[in-house]
Design a protein around this ligand. Sequence first.
Ligand code: URA
Length: 197
Amino acid sequence: ATNDPRGAAGLRVIREDLGDCTRCRLGGTRKNIVFGVGDPDAALVFVGEGPGENEDNTGEPFVGKAGELLTKMIGAMGFSRSDVYICNVVKCRPPNNRNPQPDEIAACEPFLIRQLGAIAPRVIVALGKFAAQTLLRTDAPISAFRGNWYRYQGIALMPTFHPAFLLRNPSAKREVWDDLKQVMAELDRLGVPRRKE
Ligand code: URA
């Protein structure tokens, strides 16, 4: 558990502590820190890997091609981007979109943990290998555990494939939709309101 206030006040404190971060080398090459967007009291949080070029330029997560797909997925679930919270494991763009390195993840992870503590969502969707492996502390391949429920600090967590993976492998959309249907069912069970067809 973290000591931050809940909701918007907590996120403000966390963002202030992050500051003009240079805790890892990504601080030397980024344009903008991409902290996260959405409802500070969201019932549903999406965690991605790290900013790409569009996100680095704008300071907002998931605004490029993969972001368009994520936004569609969120809409299909009966939410808008402002109903949920969206953030990443690392807050700064790795150069040339390379994978974030273990020490970069380690430097940034405390801020993700605090964000999740302040938001205290009912469900977390981990998008792709880095989010799932970081939050669940595993080295297993995402294909081995996606689609199953886990707990992160008592919160239900569903790992699924990253939208950027879906852009390269459209046939995996069906599995992701199955995973998101499980998330919708759980949110319905918990009484979280969403738009239904
Ligand atoms: N991919 C991610 O993992 N995060 C973003 O914010 C954008 C693309």
